[in-house]
Ligand binder design. Structure first.
Ligand code: GLN
Length: 483
């Protein structure tokens, strides 16, 4: 049962081959058996899941249908879930039970999804390896000695290990696409404003965006359909009609113009990944696409700009966690300053503290112009590069990551080395563009992803290209040994 995709589950439920309750019980048993190896969940919500599954079965018995009705999923643990711990991977929120559901959670619940639990993540979504979680690192099911990517490493490892068919995730600088690449999944970061951020605990508000992680583009289309849409509670949500994503999957790629940026292939990219990227290009050419070399000249400045803007916003967003208004409070504070200092010092982990300090520094009166303002100018240049490129091509294609998943602990002593791994993903967040990562082969037994970027609100185009690719390749069907 656990090998089924969301699309297969929907058909099976519609044909009464099994009930959502049976499926939910089977997956909960599988999680209990296998997750101790992976640590992909922070909380399991068995009771909620069984209640939702029974309710979904009853709705189907009453003649209702829907691709997500009775579908088991999990939420990254930064989506607020009413009455359920929402930890954000941090000691700071270890005992926080959200008083309301995030819009994404509420929309998916209304569509009939069954929440199996809350998935592990880098603390406050800061990281590319899922090693900064207060609840411990997550292991990559393809090789338990390697990281699953981050920050949505728990969602990715759980879906890759067939503990469930799909999960929600968020992407501030690559946290959907990079773990998708590292675990052989398909992951989509939508256009900024496409999916509501209401109830999604903020890391960097101008970059954060929720999206689906699944095994296929077809399943990403199904899950995105349930997540996307205008939300009056989120002032950055955009009131743009949501197309039928599943209907967009079958378009022909004849004449599709794919741009491949020359800057993507400079030093730093594992040549074996470069070869797999070229293979994916050849595959898409066979399907009728036309390839064009393009240039994104400001790409080299994107990492420094991102690692000023994201920490700057984080330092502001995380100021509310002070032991008084929100979050962990230290024992026996001596006075107010001691309370603030120790609550934040004990509640936040090292990486979060590093980001808060970098951000506060970049925003300080004496350095604002030199760092924050400069970074915002670079952000505009990065966006302009994309706008120019999309005058010439329909899609931009390249690697999702410069290297495959590294060994657990390999980058712990050098945060900048980890930041550099985000080189291909963060530009889409700076520009607000949609991006998708899809499985495209293996290096040393570890999965490799290819990233597709499209103009604003062209999620359907990304899903279309990835689906056509997946109809003609079988990388996405490969399963990690032991799972
Ligand atoms: N690795 C990036 C960071 O640490 C992106 C994380 C994310 O997308 N949430 O900021």
């Amino acid at each position: 049962m656990h090998h089924m995709t969301l699309a297969e589950i929907a058909r099976g439920l519609a044909d009464k081959k099994f009930s959502s309750e049976e499926l939910t019980k089977a997956l909960l048993a599988r999680i209990a058996q296998l997750d101790p190896q992976l640590n992909s969940f922070i909380s399991l919500t068995e009771e909620l899941a069984l209640g939702q599954a029974k309710a979904a079965d009853a709705r189907r018995a009453n003649g209702e249908s829907g691709a997500l009705l009775g579908a088991p999923i999990a939420h990254k643990d930064l989506f607020c879930t009413q009455g359920i711990r929402t930890s954000c991977g941090s000691r700071m929120l270890d005992n926080f039970k959200a008083p309301y559901d995030a819009t994404v959670v509420a929309k998916l619940a209304a569509a009939g999804t069954v929440t199996l639990g809350k998935t592990n993540m880098d603390e406050f979504a800061m990281g590319s390896a899922n090693e900064s979680s207060y609840y411990g690192a997550v292991k990559n099911p393809w090789n338990l000695e390697h990281v699953p990517g981050g920050s949505s490493g728990g969602s990715a490892a759980a879906v890759a290990a067939r503990l469930l068919p799909a999960a929600t995730a968020t992407d501030t600088g690559g946290s959907i696409r990079q773990p998708a690449a590292f675990t052989n999944l398909t992951g989509l970061k939508p256009t900024y404003g496409r999916v509501s951020r209401w109830g999604m605990i903020a890391y960097a508000s101008s970059l954060d965006q929720g999206g689906p992680l699944a095994r296929t583009a077809e399943d990403c289309a199904i899950l995105l359909q349930g997540m996307a849409g205008f939300d009056p509670n989120d002032s950055t949500s955009i009131d743009e009609p949501v197309p039928d994503y599943s209907a967009s999957l079958n378009g022909s790629l004849q004449g599709l113009r794919i741009g491949v940026p020359k800057e993507y292939f400079s030093a730093g990219l594992d040549p074996r990944i470069a070869e797999l990227v070229h293979n994916s290009v050849k595959e898409l050419e066979k399907l009728g696409a036309v390839i064009k070399q393009i240039s994104l000249p400001n790409m080299q400045h994107a990492i420094p700009a991102y690692y000023v803007i994201a920490p700057a916003e984080a330092s502001s967003n995380l100021s509310r966690f002070d032991g008084v208004r929100f979050g962990y409070r230290c024992e026996n504070p001596q006075n107010l300053v001691d309370l603030y200092k120790r609550s934040r010092g004990e509640g936040f982990g090292a990486e979060v503290q590093r980001r808060i300090m970098v951000g506060a520094y970049a925003l300080s009166a004496g350095y604002y112009d030199a760092y924050y303002l400069k970074a915002q100018k670079i952000r505009r240049l990065v966006k302009n590069d994309f706008m120019a490129a999309f005058n010439e091509v329909d899609i931009i294609l390249g690697p999702t990551t410069p290297n495959p998943a590294w060994k657990l602990g390999a980058k712990n002593s050098d945060p900048v080395a980890e930041y550099l791994e985000d080189v291909y993903t963060i530009t889409a967040n700076l520009a607000g563009l949609p991006g998708l990562s899809m499985p495209a082969g293996f290096v040393d037994g570890l999965p490799v992803g290819v990233q597709l970027l499209a103009p604003y609100f062209q999620e359907g185009r990304l899903l279309n290209v990835a689906h056509q690719y997946q109809l003609n390749t079988d990388w996405h069907t490969r399963t990690p040994t032991g799972f």
